[in-house]
Ligand binder design. Structure first.
Ligand SMILES: [Zn+2]
Length: 341
């Protein structure tokens, strides 16, 4: 009885208050329709928001590829993609490509293409990874040590790589010519080697490295295609802009090489003992299948030259072959940071 009575009361209530007022009824229906539409629109666009909350249209995979090749090194976007995806709770397998179209945050890619329009190189379509191979590299030359290093390499019939600086003296130029004439790779390091100056911003880095590119080309006729950052690809002076510098240099086709072995000839201002130079390489080289050895070509580094034959003999005994670096060599394994991530 109680239920019957309350049911009647409800029916009566609707009859009197709502159905009697058609306008109120239609207003409620309209309100509900608008609410549902709004909710659906919000749901659909949620997947297209980037981290700053701006709604961005989803793009095709072709556009993703285009934005990669133009703005950032390969894989750079993939990291951001994963970060964005997980933050947005998007299924990586089905959405990763689409979300990956967003430009990386924190790396402001300016357009540097108007600077030095002749400062480009062509990266080969295929690069190689060579088994049980060592790449001897000499930084900071030419110097009084360069002819001595070249003589040793000639004796062993080994090709190496020289990351040179802006030594424009007649002697320096002769050394550069000899490096090329004897079949070694001449590569860019830095014109001034002045960390504060070159790592101030991307423009100052480009200014320095382009000056060196021109010098090498003018002196030897070779247009270098690889480089090594002064101080390594990530150092105390380029923390804020190394990604942007890498992006710009890689966009221009240049690959860079750090190292995974060194003879420790630059650990202090005093000369490193020969035995330490040798041991630093040979004790660690056993752990590698391919290795880039960092050494220095500068006037005080007399023990670098003295240690070189012992290092070569030791590496030969360990079964290594010797090669020079070039842009045909896949560079990923030889970086302090992964070059493309
Ligand atoms: Zn250097």
């Amino acid at each position: 009885m109680v239920n019957e009575s309350s049911k009647n009361k409800v029916v009566l209530f609707f009859k009197e208050k709502f159905f009697a007022h058609k306008l109120t009824f239609f207003a409620i229906v309209l309100f509900l329709l608008i609410s549902v539409t709004f909710a659906v629109v919000c749901f659909v666009y949620r997947g297209g928001k980037n981290r700053s909350g701006v709604v961005t249209p989803l793009v095709s995979t072709e556009e993703v590829a285009k934005s990669r090749s133009e703005d950032v090194p390969p894989n750079e976007n993939e990291n951001v993609m994963i970060e964005n995806s997980s933050k947005e709770g998007v299924d990586l397998n089905s959405k990763a490509k689409e979300v990956g179209a967003f430009k990386p945050t924190g790396v402001s890619i300016k357009d540097y293409s108007k600077l030095y329009p002749d400062f480009y190189t062509q990266r080969p379509e295929k690069q190689v990874i060579l088994e049980k191979t060592v790449y001897l590299t000499f930084d900071d030359g030419p110097s009084e040590r360069t002819p001595e290093v070249l003589d040793i390499l000639k004796k062993y019939n080994i090709k190496a790589t020289f990351f040179v600086v802006g030594n424009f003296s007649q002697f320096g130029k002769e050394c550069m010519k000899r490096i090329v004439a004897e079949g070694h790779t001449i590569a860019m390091h830095s014109y001034t080697h002045d960390f504060k100056k070159i790592y101030k911003n991307v423009e100052s880095y480009l200014e320095d490295i382009y000056k060196l590119y021109k010098l090498i080309h003018d002196v030897t006729g070779v247009k270098p295609s690889i480089f090594r950052f002064a101080g390594g690809s990530k150092n105390g002076f380029n923390k804020g802009n190394y990604r942007e510098i890498i992006s710009e240099m890689v966009r221009r086709g240049f690959d860079y090489f750090d190292w995974n072995l060194c003879n420790n000839d630059a650990i202090s201002r005093t000369v490193t003992p020969v035995s330490k130079c040798v041991d630093s390489v040979l004790k660690n080289s056993k752990n590698y299948n391919t290795a880039v050895v960092l050494m220095h070509d500068s006037k005080p580094k007399t023990t670098t030259v003295e240690a070189l034959p012992k290092i070569i003999d030791g590496l030969k005994e360990q079964g290594f072959s010797f090669e020079k670096l070039s842009n045909k060599i896949y560079p990923v394994d030889f970086s302090l940071i992964k070059p493309y991530s």
